[in-house]
Design a protein around this ligand. Sequence first.
Ligand code: GDP
Length: 369
Amino acid sequence: MNEKLQCIGCGTVIQTTNSNELGYTPKTVLEKGLESGEVYCQRCFRLRHYNEIQDVSLSDDDFLRLLNELGQKEALIVNVVDIFDFSGSLIPSLHRFVGNNPILLVGNKVDILPKSLKKTKMVQWMKERAYEAGLRPIEVLLTSAKKANEMKILLEKIEEHRKGRDVYIVGVTNVGKSTLINQIIKNTVGIKEVITTSQFPGTTLDKIEIPLEDGHYLIDTPGIIHRHQMAHYLEKKDLRIIAPSKEIKPKVYQLNEGQTLFLGGLARFDFVKGHRSSFIAYVSNDIQLHRTKLEKADDFYKKHKGGLLQPPRSDEINIFPELVRFEFSVKEKTDIVFAGLGWITVTRPAVVSGWAPKGVHVLKRKALV
Ligand code: GDP
């Protein structure tokens, strides 16, 4: 490949190897582009032709530089998180970087939460978790980037809080930031007005700027990859299975001590000790749950991984990380969270364990529902 080939949209060096990184363009597309003399990276191509913004991810260093820059601006910071993977989508130390700038915390994907969950309760819960993480948001909002009418409310809130300043939208990858930005563009200026020129200092990335009425901008920043998300261990096809696309239907299990639940082949939950009680699984409706005896669970997994227990699919089991065990002693109603996959609510005191692929977090939190 010609190393110096640059995208005529944003100027980034074109590469054909890593679709998650800047300057990517598929090989076949590149060849066509070379013939016509118009080589765009995939991101600019999609922006031009489909009015669509793709998220690119930054290395940790670049991301820190970007965050540092935010502290030096006078702006409203809109931090988008995925309410289905709240802790997995928080940006570590964000509060230290933003300086005196206000943060509007936006919990995205509210459409997948079960209707039984009160929104006011969810907002309160997010506030508490944000405070624990050192964030003091001026407001916490729930939204769904998939719904145009929700964007109107979000834009009104942004207008209320920005007080004549610029707006920076920040978030880790997979929280739905590009979907949200695309909705905002559709609902406001239209793609023609969007500017993708100047770079974030010290990084190779261009900004996407959406002009606001008073000469200020709404600025999309690149996302950072959070390595503890399940998403990074799966193929796109599987992601569609694990990422819920519609309202989750909670599944209730009455379990006895010594029983195990498999969440596809992706995770495992053991009821180690306690009285018979209810356990409620909140995961994508497309993930099959299987119940078995704890004492047989290891063998069951070995035998059925990639088969009965999917995803991962059979051709992926060799690269899929082994499951690692975390034990929890539960006193009150508690959620055992599998980062990016969902959670199981334990309703009575118990000792339980959660297993997830090596690298993916399993954690305990006060029950949400
Ligand atoms: P980004 O990496 O933060 O830019 O995330 P994307 O915009 O690419 O979204 C990640 C995934 O979440 C995609 O599969 C989206 O379709 C999905 N998604 C984004 N917003 C929503 C939402 O509001 N509701 C639901 N159910 N899914 C969403």
